[in-house]
Design a protein around this ligand. Sequence first.
Ligand code: LAC
Ligand code: ZN
Length: 480
Amino acid sequence: VDLAPLVAQLGSSGVIVDATDRARYEEPARGRRGTAAAVVRPATLEEVRAVVEWARTNQVRLLPQGANTGLVGASTPGVSSNDGEPTVVLSLERLDAGLTVDAGDRVAVVAAGTRLSALNAAAARHDLHLPIDLSADPSLGGMVATNTGGSRVLRYGSLRRHVLGAEVVFADAAVSVVTHLDAVRKDSRGLELPQLLVGSGGALGVVTRVAVALTPVPEATATWWIEPRDEAAVPELLAALEQDPAHGELLSALELLSVGALEAAASHGGEGGGVPFAARRPPVVLLAEWSGPSTAIDGLERLFARLVEAGLANDAVAVPPARSWALRHGVTDALRVRGVVLGHDVATPRRALMAFRADARAAVQALVPRAEVSDFGHVGDGGLHCNVVFPHGIAPPTSAERAAIRGAIEAAVAAHGGTYSAEHGLGPLNAARWRATTPVVEQAVIAAIKRTVDPLGLLGHRDHPYNHASLGSEEKPDRA
Ligand code: LAC
Ligand code: ZN
């Protein structure tokens, strides 16, 4: 590809070709490293437009990338992506200036490359935050592309609920820029284009700025670890916590960790035997968080005394939030250190989650008895990371086994009315499932949008499902 025009426009620091310097843009957080023909790093909206225009002229695939923390393979080139079709990574990391917080309106407008931590540091000066909590530190543009969830979806919803506006560059003939950053809280002028970009995985447009609604930082937070009576008691426990008159409204997270996930996180984080209920090794433990006024976050001991008395829980213990979340957020890294991890980010209606979980675990153990199902996740919103680990020292999964495991988990999730992508978005990893299960008319709607905003099909990973949406059977005019 002819990069000279880009170097002329972005300067040499804006275009990376050296293989060593490319590495961190090519290495996904999960999955295999691919090869990019180059990495371009525009620092302004005009430079983003110039890159898109260059890609159109040269018919080069552009892969928008935020902080590269995604887990579905959507932000890095595929292993064979340069076979006949070079991919250029469009990194938004330099697009990170000009953050504004309107404390009165509780709105922030941020450039796409701004990290969640930077947004929250600025918002904290006004006692505000974007209440999305996860172990990675993604960029806001990437969060829009993914519809990031995290541990507090139960209370605050996923990113979609917080997006009030966006600015986006399309790859149509005019390289149009659409700017909706007014951040009006209520607006019913029909469909909202910024919302259309939520979850689009970089395959519809390049998000350059985002307006998000902020919420007050709670005065107090408490976290407790709970040993449920058994796995079947989890839905009843969730209901009891939510229905508690004094604390139900303040519940902000309910997480589940299987024994494998908890012990991996504990040993990875150097906690040794200091994990909750370590001696008894219950098959699952729960982590619950409440946040709100400090006067309201008390009396949790009495709540747990009642739950133990009612036979829903065996035990519960308060652990400071920082330590609780360090343990919880360490799970993904801890499992990765243990061996090869096959991640499955699923959700079902909450009432069905534990039944799904039992079916999925049984199916995986029957397929690969040597693997560990170290699942964990966000039971408060019906989400589960059904992660299957092949520890170092045992045979890693064959590609047939990988496919069989994914197929079994996704079949179980479908049987329980759930989703194969709960909060990690759409990408090459789940493209086949999208194609197979998305109704024809929905695929046709996506294809029509795609054709309007990216008619040459240049944006997003080559294997992103939106680059393969079926137009369906278009109606033929009746000429009789
Ligand atoms: C988590 C990530 C993997 O919940 O979504 O830790
Ligand atoms: Zn998660």
